[in-house]
Design a protein around this ligand. Structure first.
Ligand SMILES: [Zn+2]
Length: 432
């Protein structure tokens, strides 16, 4: 087994915790001295009073709304979250703005290198090596993950082919032309490339991709396996965000995601109270503190990612803590008729048992005093004669998996939107 950094990847837990606690104290004190947000927010909390992980739990969480609010002040556009002199900033990045006004993210050369190093861990533990020519099928724009992926690929020795400014067909031709053998994409786009390739008479496995790193959406195990079958390759998941950076990744054992330590302190907190760490096997919200980033210090950032806490030991030998599953965004988990509903459950069902369904979209509405949940599906033309039977079976299985009765509707092929980045297949129209 090879590691990117053997020392920190196999550090005994006790040592790791000491390192993380000391890093936490450093970044806390740095943030208080250099960012207006934390000078105000953490008044009365001193780094020297933090001597255990229990002490850390008393520090308030940081939310995205707060970042937006503090960015309204000077210096433009980073405002009170900036942790360095603005002259030190060398790169402008921003969040996608899918959940509101974007957050502007300042990187200095130093903090950018820190981000790249965390990404090198992700690539190395998912088996990306010098023999790989990596295709990145997106235009990068101001979105941080693509730039990180690009530079980290170079740093681990891969050869990177940027695939922006092309449509999906153009990208497929580019993969063939360059003989790229690895790819980084959202799960949705991986499926879309496969669908498009087939429509061009090209089988996805003939593209020769042997390794695929995914992110951007919660990926059910069934989707990961589906991609592996389609491309005959290894598919890995990782998790992160623009503000805290990518903080967790699968290793080659493909059983849960490791937290990249000691770059991040990740807490998995009880969803109701956000006060205590959950036990192994339980669901909680990931709260992340990047431990070595000065340009944009974040203390206990609430990611709103709901995850299941995993066990620490792994056949890869890393001592890094794990999460066993990414459940979804906290705001995607909804109560429908009193039942907790996760859109990921439906995706898992469709990828596992309904390969004839090429696209789908769900919506919940309020009809009178009742919530009504419906799903529209598109069926592969080859399965058209069995459409009614598929619809009936889907209705039954949905009831079993989610405890909800869905209204179903078959749409003509091509009716529903196709996504290239983050898919939005679930809409809650009840609050409008
Ligand atoms: Zn592992």
């Amino acid at each position: 087994m090879e590691y990117w950094n053997p020392y920190i990847e196999t550090l005994p837990r006790e040592e790791m915790e000491k390192v993380e606690l000391s890093y936490f104290k450093n970044i806390l004190s740095y943030a208080k001295d250099h960012s207006i947000l934390y000078r105000e927010k953490l008044r009365g909390i001193e780094a020297n009073d933090i001597n255990s992980f229990e002490d850390i739990r008393r520090i308030p969480l940081t939310g995205k709304e707060e970042l937006r609010r503090y960015q309204e002040m000077e210096p433009y556009p980073y405002g009170g979250v900036l942790g360095v002199d603005i002259k030190e900033v060398t790169a402008f990045r921003q969040s996608s703005g899918t959940t509101g006004k974007p957050v502007y993210v300042p990187e200095t050369y130093e903090s950018w290198q820190w981000r790249i190093e965390t990404w090198c861990h992700i690539l190395y533990m998912t088996g990306f090596r010098a023999r790989h020519r990596v295709f990145l099928p997106f235009g990068y724009n101001v979105y941080v993950a693509f730039w990180e992926a690009h530079y980290a690929s170079e740093k681990v020795g891969c050869e990177l082919v940027p695939g922006g400014a092309l449509d999906t067909k153009g990208r497929i031709y580019k993969i063939i032309e360059t003989r790229a053998n690895a790819m980084m994409n959202t799960p949705t786009y991986g499926l879309h490339i496969a669908e498009e390739a087939r429509s061009m008479g090209i089988t996805p496995e003939s593209l020769g991709i042997e390794r695929m790193l995914c992110a951007g959406e919660p990926m059910p195990e069934a989707t990961r396996k589906r991609l592996e079958e389609l491309y005959h390759c290894h598919v890995f998941d990782h998790i992160g965000g623009t503000e805290p950076c990518a903080w967790g990744s699968m290793c080659e054992a493909k059983q849960g995601l490791h937290i990249i330590e000691p770059f991040f302190l990740v807490e998995v907190l009880d969803r109701e109270t956000l006060r205590k760490e959950v036990d192994e096997g339980q669901m909680g919200v990931a709260v992340v503190t990047p431990l070595g980033r000065r340009s944009f210090p974040l203390i206990r950032f609430n990611t709103y990612d709901v995850v299941i806490k995993g066990k620490t030991d792994c056949s890869c030998g890393r001592t890094w803590k794990k999460i066993s599953e990414v459940v979804g965004r906290a705001d995607d988990l909804r109560k429908i008729r009193g039942v907790l509903f996760s859109p990921k459950t439906v995706e898992a069902l469709i990828r596992e048992e309904f390969q004839e369904i090429v696209e789908y979209e769900m919506m919940v509405e309020r009809k009178g005093i009742m919530d009504e949940v419906n799903i529209r599906i598109e069926i592969d033309p080859s399965a058209e004669p069995k459409a009614k039977e598929i619809e009936k079976r889907l209705k039954e299985k949905l009831k079993i998996r989610t405890n909800l009765s869905f209204q179903t509707k078959i749409e003509p092929l091509g009716t529903l939107p196709r996504y290239t980045l983050k898919a939005k297949r679930f809409k809650d129209e009840r609050e409008r």
